[in-house]
Design a protein around this ligand. Structure first.
Ligand code: RFL
Ligand code: PHB
Length: 388
């Protein structure tokens, strides 16, 4: 097979990039290890920045997002009895949109055929070759048969565990990593949310987040040590823990059976560079943020925005500057989101090694935020997403 761009991974990054390239008349093939049902059902992010919403609008794939997405003008930080509201629209004149990653993925998958985005599902043993050259190729297996795609560029959108990043020689790379001593246990249920806005809570027993997917579907999280097993968390135990940590100021919590329940590790990670030769990395393939700032999916979208512009410049105008500048441009935004996600994680979680001093620092910072419009503005401008 021959194409202009090979995309590895059909998560939100790969699918979004495939659509953006096709909209510019660029040929691409997307290789995905999983089957479509698996990709469509993964429960993950829920909060979209305007950049992400804007890309769906640019593609004309935002009809359902506009009809079903919930604009949120603010969110809350809770510490004990105190709720600090961050009024996004008042502070920075923007809002975020609550619309599940599952829905974005489904919208992109549903439109793939009609837009000529070719996705090969069930692609096994994907391996990258010749990324140092102008003629890279990717080999894979499909139903047992050996396959090969030749293209001018390969884009790694294959998440944290995919093969793309590993194809870059260690001598050319640098990794930055922080693994947190807890994970988030998430529960999804068809019950109305306890509050019309998100609440991030710091409680002596640990962190809790009240989020939602719609007015009838709620998503909640508590942090737990990574040694915990999901089997030891029957639904009632999760609801009890949420009720304690969120407290009465969160509003009345309706309980219901879990549609999904899992524990996700928390990590900060950046891989540099995000381009090596003819390979560009986008999304979780190059970086991970702890979910506290709701930045993972949105960073994947901004990477893809830069990558699509660079590839369009190359194929439409023979301009190599965008490709040459891709890594620096993407990383500048990535590092700011890493900082924000790390600092919000630090502020809202009880770390096992923390003593009275660290807790006093959290209280002082929350006091400062509660009383300072400048501090709230800094949080708001990061939460709605920095400009691309
Ligand atoms: P993905 O979604 O991991 O997709 C990668 C795709 O590559 C495929 N793949 C391969 N394909 C071919 N060959 C191989 N060898 C392959 N290996 C892997 C995979 O099957 C998959 O289809 O990465 P992408 O596209 O970069 O998207 C990143 C986002 O999924 C991620 O950042 C967010 O989900 C993070 N995240 C959140 N982000 C937000 O912006 N807002 C949020 O509110 C938010 N909440 C969350 C989150 C992530 C969570 N978990 C479970 C990690 C909440 C949670 C609990
Ligand atoms: C979610 O609804 O899944 C969600 C919302 C906000 C976050 C993380 C996850 O910061």
């Amino acid at each position: 097979m021959k194409t202009q761009v090979t995309i590895i991974g059909a998560g939100p990054a790969g699918l979004l990039l495939g659509h953006l390239l096709r909209a510019e008349g660029i040929e691409c093939v997307v290789l995905e290890r999983q089957r479509p049902a698996y990709v469509a059902d993964r429960i993950r992010a829920g909060v979209l920045e305007q950049v992400t919403v804007g890309l769906m609008a640019r593609l004309g794939l935002d009809a359902r997002l506009k009809a079903e997405g919930l604009p949120h003008d603010g969110f809350n930080l809770a510490d004990g009895e105190r709720l600090i509201r961050i009024d996004l629209t008042d502070l920075v004149g923007q809002h975020v949109t609550v619309y599940g990653q599952t829905e974005i993925t489904r919208d992109l998958m549903a439109a793939a055929d009609e837009r000529g985005v070719r996705v090969i599902y069930g692609a096994g043993d994907v391996a990258l070759h010749g990324i140092d050259s102008d003629a890279p190729y990717v080999t894979f297996t499909q139903d047992g048969a050996a396959m090969r795609v030749d293209s001018r560029f390969v884009i790694g959108c294959d998440g944290f565990h995919g093969p793309s990043r590993k194809a870059i020689p260690a001598s050319a790379a640098r990794e930055y990593e922080r693994v947190y001593p807890f994970g988030w246990l998430g529960i999804l249920a068809d019950v109305p949310p306890c509050n019309h806005e998100l609440i991030y809570a710091n409680h002596p027993r640990g962190f809790a987040l009240a989020s939602m997917r719609s007015s009838t579907r709620s998503r909640y999280y508590v942090d737990v040590p990574m040694s915990e097993r999901i089997e030891d968390w029957p639904d009632d135990r999760v609801w009890d823990e949420l009720a304690t940590r969120l407290g009465p100021s969160a509003g009345p919590m309706v309980r219901g059976p879990a549609l999904e329940k899992s524990i996700a590790p928390l990590r900060s990670y950046v891989f540099e560079p995000m381009r090596h030769g003819s390979l560009l990395l986008c999304g979780d393939a190059a970086h991970i943020v702890p979910p506290t700032g709701a930045k993972g999916l949105n960073l994947a979208a901004s990477d893809v925005y830069y990558a699509a512009a660079a590839l369009t410049g190359f194929f439409a105008h023979g301009d190599n500057d965008g490709i040459a500048g891709y890594a620096a441009k993407a990383l500048a935004r990535v590092w700011k989101a890493e900082r924000f996600s790390w600092s919000l994680t630090r502020l809202m979680h009880r770390f096992p090694d923390d003593g009275p001093f660290e807790r006093a620092m959290q209280v002082a910072e929350l006091d400062y935020i509660a009383g300072s419009r400048a501090a709230q503005t800094a949080i708001a401008e990061n939460y709605v997403g920095l400009p691309v």
